[in-house]
Design a protein around this ligand. Structure first.
Ligand SMILES: Cc1cc2nc3c(=O)[nH]c(=O)nc-3n(C[C@H](O)[C@H](O)[C@H](O)COP(=O)(O)OP(=O)(O)OC[C@H]3O[C@@H](n4cnc5c(N)ncnc54)[C@H](O)[C@@H]3O)c2cc1C
Length: 552
């Protein structure tokens, strides 16, 4: 496998030599360092690398160069190497240019010259950028191999599970890659045994469940202890924040997550409104950092397990797990968020996971290279996905029921969508049917004003049409509204006729109608549905857990 390239660009030979030397010192064993002394030369080098199918992980360019500035070059470089991370070296006077470039060309970072000492100023930035690139380009850095059919739902689920758990993998399409066919042949795998997952120690998993994959890769799928101070259900931003605060404040803490940590936020290509990250950060990056923090403080995370019920046993609660197991805890935080609503269109259901998807991960985006892609929805999640898909697809068509994007999407996203040449927005439109043999091949669009219908060919449909909580498992002791959102704190007074509050003290804020069980994040009635508020509520819930435990 070719080493990923780091390209350095500067017309000043001293600076070019210094940055190349510092980068080679730390990354030389795992990356190829290539240098160019002008913007034009850099673009030529990039074109050559792309032709030879060499992955480009990072481009580091000085801003001030004759002929073509760093930002101008990086803007064009994006087209050659869409996934490469872009780092601009600037003088203090160019700071404004660099900040503008974050929005205009998707610059990933800028660094003021000189970058001495590199251990403090250069390497932490480049470590982060390369780690992020590796996560988005697992094909170039992985020993786990997945062999399957491009349009198989199970293959898709396995790939999503690996990607969302930050496990790099190489994907082989059994129909299109010689190596895929060879591996399937070597394993003597029948069609029903695909996908194969080949893990580094030599085990071959055949059509495995997420739990099989998790177990084979050594992810934790069972809890260590029978009893915890705190059990958190759901590993999205609210659950992860609760785990960090719970464990760091001395509570024995476990999270149970049915798929992978990160929740909805983990699917976001760029979270731009989270405090402290002016360039924004990907959901994968945020999750990766949060999971490291959770484990540093010693909270346990049990993955690939669905929580199916909750029981009260005297002073403890039992959280019931899908395999028949259970975890007991003195307090529980429900942080199960919301899941995508399904799009009702004849023919679509059997094609889900076979070209029609709810949400989109980075790996799907890169697989759409050169294709026409349709996105349904008009909220921020649809906007972010559209911009991400447009980096790879030939054309992205947004199908929007309303008459304007401005009604439902943040203006910074609307502006970027309007400025992106290969995005088309079809207002007052909806998807009313889908068809395909084995995978999505056509969708039917309806004009909501004129009533006319048009069938268009496409293999990719991504749906983002809002979400609702799935909270049936919590049982009748925990009051929910008619949509399933969990009612907490002072709001319980308005529904006390249904389940009277049993204690003399008032419920804590974020406490549900069952004392000792709290709710945080999107699953809670009237929550803000933002990463920051979910994180805030997760942290707050822990302080109420302390309050509750003190009363026991
Ligand atoms: C594509 C996309 C982009 C977004 N972009 C932004 C943005 O830029 N800025 C912003 O502020 N917000 C954004 N949001 C919204 C934000 O991600 C959510 O508000 C936030 O993730 C809510 O966090 P949460 O922890 O409450 O729930 P979730 O993120 O929904 O996490 C809930 C977790 O619980 C797990 N779970 C559910 N049921 C069970 C069960 N029974 N057993 C075990 N585990 C279970 C789920 O698998 C999931 O991992 C975006 C959302 C999406 C979908």
């Amino acid at each position: 496998m070719a080493k990923p390239t780091i390209l350095t660009v500067d017309d000043d030979p001293m600076v070019l030599a210094a940055i190349t030397r510092d980068l080679r010192e730390r990354y030389g064993s795992s990356h190829r360092l290539v240098r160019a002394s002008s913007g034009a030369e850099a673009l030529g080098v990039l074109a050559e690398l792309v032709l030879r199918d060499r992955p480009v992980a990072l481009i580091v360019s000085d801003q001030r160069m004759p002929g073509m500035t760093g930002v101008e070059m990086l803007a064009q470089a994006r087209e050659h190497a869409p996934g490469a991370k872009l780092l601009l070296l600037t003088a203090y006077a160019d700071t404004d240019v660099a900040i503008t470039a974050i929005n205009d060309i998707g610059l990933d970072h800028y660094l003021l010259k000189p970058w001495e000492p590199p251990d403090e100023r250069l390497y932490p930035v480049v470590d982060d950028l390369l780690e992020d690139w590796r996560r988005n380009n697992p094909d170039h850095s992985s020993d786990v191999r997945v062999v399957g059919h491009r349009w198989s739902e199970r293959s898709h689920e396995v790939k999503v599970f690996l990607a969302r758990n930050h496990i790099p993998y190489r994907w082989y399409d059994v129909d299109r890659d010689v190596e895929g066919a060879r591996l399937a042949g070597l394993a003597d795998a029948s069609a029903t045994e695909l996908p194969l997952v080949l893990v580094p120690d030599g085990d071959t998993l055949r059509a495995p469940s997420s739990l099989d994959v998790a177990s084979a890769l050594g992810l934790r799928t069972t809890a260590d202890q029978p009893l915890y101070d705190l059990c958190i259900v759901g590993g999205g931003p609210a659950g992860l924040a609760a785990a960090v605060y719970g464990a760091s404040e001395g509570l024995s803490t476990v999270i149970v997550e049915r798929q992978a940590p990160g929740g909805q936020a983990g699917q976001s290509a760029a979270i731009e409104n989270y405090l402290g990250f002016p360039k924004g950060l990907s959901g994968a990056d945020l999750t990766h950092r949060a999971v490291a923090q959770v484990s540093r403080f010693g909270a346990e995370m049990v993955l690939a397990r669905d929580v199916t019920g909750l029981q009260t046993r005297g002073p403890v609660k039992a959280v019931l797990i899908d395999d028949g197991g259970e975890i007991e805890a003195r307090a529980v935080i429900i942080a199960t968020g919301v899941s995508y609503r399904r799009l009702e269109a004849p023919g679509l259901e059997p094609l889900t996971g076979r070209g029609a998807y709810y949400g989109a991960t980075a790996s799907e985006a890169s697989q759409c290279e050169g294709d026409d892609v349709y996105v349904v929805g008009a909220a921020n999640s649809a906007g972010q996905a559209t911009l991400n898909l447009a980096r790879f697809a030939r054309r992205v068509v947004m199908v929007v029921r309303g008459s304007s994007l401005d009604e439902s999407m943040s203006s910074y996203l609307v502006d970027r969508i309007k400025a992106t040449a290969n995005i088309e927005v079809r207002l007052r439109s909806e998807v009313v049917a889908a068809r395909g043999e084995g995978h999505l091949e056509h969708i039917t669009l309806r004009d909501r004003d004129a009533g006319g219908q048009e069938e268009v060919p496409t293999s990719w449909l991504f749906v983002f049409i809002g979400a609702s909580p799935r909270t049936d498992w919590v049982g009748d002791d925990i009051l929910r509204d008619d949509k399933g959102f969990v009612i907490t704190g002072a709001d319980l007074a308005t529904v006390s006729d249904r389940v009277p509050w049993p204690l003399a003290r008032a419920p804590f804020t974020l406490e549900t109608s069952l004392p000792g069980v709290f709710a945080a994040g999107d699953v809670r009635l009237d929550s803000m549905k933002r990463v920051a508020s979910a994180v805030g509520e997760g942290a707050m819930a822990v302080s109420f857990v302390h309050g509750y435990l003190a009363t026991m």
